[in-house]
Write a protein that binds this ligand. Structure first.
Ligand SMILES: [Fe+2]
Ligand SMILES: [Zn+2]
Length: 488
């Protein structure tokens, strides 16, 4: 039986373990922080060094799993495959060493160009090939690239197809090209050329260095001080850095009011409104009989699996809990749990990386939110193949009625059971009681949350922030703007 088309397509598009890791073979040479912040090399050597110094050297940092290789040949059902050995599914650990040196042009070879391209030889022994049409399109001058808006204002299609340089010259800081047909002059710094070299690609992909955790994180969970976050962008930088690294963070000393909590959230970004509203503040009270906000135990899950773009961050602030007890919150590091599943049961990992699960939110009578397409539990980056998003909410799964091979049904449930087992292990759960004045914020793309049953009356407030807004604030509060722009 043929695999469902969508699944076949996914498999074809997923990097195999070999190509997924071709970027990874090279060791990261920058610290976890600016490496990710800047996405590309050279962005800020000083920031890199500073951050490397700031991160404890004893800390074990681990990259997250890449998807399994696509099966080939034989049975077309994607999930009816032999379990692979874990050696087929490498998990990489990146070492933090030192910042990169600036790129240098070769002293022994000259820049040359022919009809189609300019060749730039580097001291490291590699030569970048830049096609003329690409170079002209990427002219960095203020006529072509708006200095304020950072947008291209040049009409790419106004230049002749076979645009040619008249003169190409190496200068101290970079390369100048004077173009034929009008004599427009372009200048590209060595740093920019090296960073954006595409043939070959010289930029090293640097995996984010997450700190994975289990129940032991209870001994020293990440936290920041309210005063610091409210008082400076450096405070926000520390906060977003911890959220990114650990997947969650507490804020100490927050006034126990919805107003102060909202202001706190907005230090990162504007609140993401949903069909439940924007900033929420509710009392969980049995008399209300609100099924959305009961006092029942909730298994760990991620929120908004029914969005095409699930909420990036979620903040909870317990304002009060009276006339009862219980309601411990439970967090599970989803990236670490995925890694555990992948090591123990690669087949289950592959299944949950490929089977698309429909989901919905239809409790409100006037809406039925559904993503534009069903998504798997483990979602990988389409370019570098690393796990970037865990979607898991057993309650929000819609009917799974698209199976090419009915035998896949049983395989899916086996895989989901194995995943559920990993999530429920005591050593993977971080349990803590929320207290007033100490909100919890977590990365909903990585960390699953749940809570124990409770009685009495709790008042909670909180909000979502979109992931793009969070990442923007994280990057901008941890690096120089010019460095971020350079890497664009
Ligand atoms: Fe939730
Ligand atoms: Zn220009």
């Amino acid at each position: 039986m043929a695999a469902p088309r969508s699944i076949t397509r996914i498999l074809k598009s997923l990097p195999t373990s070999r190509n997924a890791c071709s970027y990874h073979r090279r060791r990261s040479r920058a610290s976890w922080l600016p490496a990710e912040v800047l996405a590309k090399r050279y962005s800020s050597n000083t920031a890199t060094v500073a951050a490397a110094a700031a991160s404890p050297s004893t800390e074990q940092t681990t990259s997250f799993p890449s998807p399994s290789p696509a099966p080939s040949g034989g049975n077309n059902s994607i999930i009816n495959k032999q379990a692979q050995t874990t050696s087929d599914l490498p998990l990489k650990t990146y070492n933090v060493t030192k910042a990169d040196a600036r790129p240098k042009l070769s002293e022994h070879h000259k820049i040359t160009f022919d009809e189609k391209k300019t060749l730039v030889p580097w001291e490291e022994g590699k030569t970048s090939h830049f096609q003329h049409v690409w170079m002209r399109d990427h002219c960095q001058c203020s006529e072509c690239f708006h200095p304020e808006t950072k947008q291209r204002v040049f009409d790419t299609f106004s230049v002749p197809k076979n645009i040619q340089p008249d003169i190409v010259e190496a200068e101290e800081k970079g390369m100048k090209i004077k173009w034929k047909n009008g004599g427009h002059e372009s200048f590209y710094t060595w740093e920019w050329l090296h960073l954006h070299s595409y043939n070959p690609r010289l930029e090293r992909y640097i995996s984010p260095q997450f700190k994975f955790w289990g129940s032991e994180i209870a001994e020293g969970p990440p936290e920041v001080e309210y005063e610091d976050v409210m008082g400076s962008d450096a405070g926000v930088g520390e906060w977003t850095r911890k959220i990114r690294k650990y997947g969650f963070c507490y804020v100490n000393g927050v006034p126990v009011t919805p107003e102060a909590t909202k202001e706190l959230v907005e230090r990162i970004a504007h609140i993401r409104h949903t069909h439940y509203g924007g900033f929420w503040d509710f009392t969980s009270d049995l008399s209300k009989k609100d099924t959305a906000y009961t006092t029942l135990a909730l298994g760990v899950h991620t929120d908004t699996t029914y969005f095409s773009d699930p909420a990036g961050l979620q903040l909870f602030h317990l304002l009060s809990h009276t006339d009862g007890s219980g309601g411990q919150s439970i967090l599970v590091d989803g990236f670490r749990a995925a890694k555990i599943l992948r090591e123990e049961d690669p087949t289950a990992y592959r299944i949950l990386s490929n089977v698309r699960i429909p989901s919905h939110s239809s409790g409100n009578h006037d809406s039925s939110i559904q993503p534009y397409a069903p998504f798997p539990v483990f979602n990988h980056h389409p370019v570098h193949g690393e796990l970037i998003l865990v979607r898991w909410n057993n309650g929000d799964r819609a009917t799974m009625d698209r199976w090419d091979d009915p035998a896949d049904v049983g395989r899916f449930y086996e895989a989901a059971r194995a995943w559920n087992d990993v999530l429920k292990r005591r050593e993977n759960e971080y349990r803590d009681q929320l207290v007033p004045g100490r909100p919890l914020i977590f990365d909903n793309w990585r960390v699953l949350h749940g809570r124990a049953a409770f009685d009495g009356k709790r008042r909670l407030c909180g909000a979502y922030i979109s992931r793009d807004d969070f990442m923007s604030r994280f990057v901008m509060s941890n690096s120089k703007r010019e460095d971020v722009l350079k890497a664009l």
